[in-house]
Design a protein around this ligand. Sequence first.
Ligand code: KIV
Length: 295
Amino acid sequence: MSLQAARNQSAPSPAGAPADSSKALYGGKSTRRISVHDIAAATGRGEKWPMLTAYDAMTASVFDEAGIPVMLVGDSMGNCHLGYETTVPVTMDEIAILSAAVVRGTRRALIVADLPFGAYQEGPVQALRNATRLIKESGVGAVKLEGGERSHEQIKLLVDAGIPVMAHIGLTPQSVNAMGYRVQGRGEEAAQQMLRDAKAVQDAGAFAVVLELVPAELAAEVTRTLHIPTVGIGAGPDTDAQVLVYTDMVGLTGGKVPRFTKQYANLRQVLGDAAKEFAEEVVGGAFPAAEHTFH
Ligand code: KIV
């Protein structure tokens, strides 16, 4: 039976859990490192799964302990961790160092590292050189790169070399200077191109594909069309997985956040309040107290 047929035939419980929940990517019993085969099996069982970005060992360890099965060391580190305006300036060195930290902070999650802008656009050989570095030096289990048909050759060479690839289509933030930040795939022609891009990355051997800022109906059609899992961000409820940028998800991001994100905590408030309380205790002499002092 094809994976697509299995996904369509599987009947998740009303709560969305797979029949044998001990195998589940989220909430399952296995403690070994998750592989791309586990991802394919989960999609075959009709199981939805969560993915979060992570950029440092400590935060990654929290998400690992919470059971998040897949973490992305995204080039969103540009805006969310390194203080750049966009993802465009992020370098291979930055991705390599932070990816290694995330790998060190985790035991179970599959760690996927982004190939940053300029690390694969020259062609398949450049993509292979940089992806190999992330696999060997940082220890990640897979890489991600942007583009559909235009990245077909890069994905194919990496997969042929034994490097699992997650593709990324729809809004591709590395192209922000040409594309802007707007919903992709609206209108018949753009929708057909999105379907061609999705099939191209699947044919090239990608194990999953991120759909960013895509109308929900089109994301659902792409998901029905492909046998590899789709990972949505701003792509509605019908993709196989959902990814959020963790700083948006925990309320750390300052200013405006995209409408598709959901804030599950307000860490900006928590950190700010803690910093103010510490400062007030230092100024007022309440910190350090006797229990924090050596004689
Ligand atoms: O870099 C990133 O965080 C991403 C996600 C938005 C999928 O590519």
